[in-house]
Structures are given as structure tokens and as C-alpha cells.
Design a protein around this ligand. Sequence first.
Ligand code: SME
Length: 233
Amino acid sequence: MTKEEKYKSLLPQVQGLLSGEPDSLANMANLAALLHQEMGFWWTGFYRVEGEELILGPFQGPIACTRIAYGRGVCGTAWKEKRTVVVPDVEQFPGHIACSAASRSEIVVPVWHKNKITAVLDIDSKELGTFDETDKQYLEKMAGLVYGPQKDIWFAAGCFWGAQKFFKRIDGVDFTEVGFANGVYTDTTGHAECVHVRYNPDIVSLNKLTELFFKVIDPLSLNKQASSRSLTL
Ligand code: SME
């Protein structure tokens, strides 16, 4: 089984395991256990955001340091830079915090809830170069599930910054990011600006999101950014 196949078969298990339990700490504990057991990682766990630092949460593996300051180590960097950090060789990462001498590579994934990072999922491997884009994609998806169900939708809009700002304000939206649809933008490829919205379908429906989208985007207008009319949600 390839790594992608393993993650693909794990995803519905994670959804099943976490759905129905509203307590995020309990869900972090079960997600750490499931990933650790099924993927064979060396250390799998969460650090929770508490004020200006990260505090150790549910984990599987050897004992670990309990507090990490904002911007420190791989975990603090992922939190500060608001992005997943993949470290192929921990010795090459300046400021890496070595909780276990056996760790050789690492991935840290922010956990987003209501447009804020509330924790990070940290995974260590005893081998070099264990983590890549596949781990990033699946672990980002799984990490958000500790707060309830999540779905994804991509809206192509005139200006992705504007659309992102708009979607961030909607209750039920947990995470947004911007990019170009289906490829890298150049003047010749013309890929559309796009905003990725991850939302809790129990709080806001796709119909509602789409309806709101069409309040600010006129699909029949050409080469215009948003109009100047204001909108009250
Ligand atoms: N290596 C992490 C510290 C946590 S342990 O890996 C469990 C870091 O540099 O932030």
C-alpha cells in the first residue's frame, strides 16, 4: 500500500472516529493514537495554543517537552508563520527543539478553528525525509476534524484577497487560503484567482456559502474587481 492509499483509507476512519464527539481534546487523543498506530510514526501528538506559548496535549510516543514559545522550534514556527512546516532533516532546521534524539524528520500542521490556530499537530519520524506534500494534504484535512465535520469548497473570484476577507467573516468557516485554480499563474496561463474555504457543514451550508458568494461576485461582469457597494451579513 502506498502512503497515499494508507491516508485515503484512514480518512473515513478518522471521520467516523471523531464525529459524534464534540470534545476537541478527546478527539486529539484519538486522532494521535490512530495516526501513530496506523502510520507507524515515532512521535505523534498535539501542542495546544495557550496565550503566548504552546503546551503539550494528547500524544503517543516518548515523553516530550511541555512548553514551546511562539516562533520557537518547528512547532512555534508553524504557529507563527501560519503554515505547515515540513522538515526533511531536523539537524538542518535552525532552532529545532530535540525532544527525542531519535527524531530525524518532522512535520508540523496548524489546527485551524474559527480562523485561528488553536493547536498544532506535530509528527516525528526516525527516518530522514519521511514527510512530503501527501502528508501535508491529508494531515491538514484530518487535523481540522477534531472540532467537528469539515468540508472544502473553492470559489474563483475576481480578487482572492477580497474574497478571502469576505469568507473569513462567515460563522462556520474555520480556515481559508488563496491561490490560483488548477495551476501557476502567468499572463499567458491566466489561471483564475481562487479561495479555498474549509467549513463546518453543521454550522453553514454550501447553499448559504454559494448564496453569499453571488452577493459579492457578479459572474457576468468582466475584468472588474468587486463593486464598491457594501454588504451587510
Ligand atoms: N521538535 C519540536 C518539539 C516537539 S517534539 O518533536 C515532540 C520542535 O522543534 O518544535
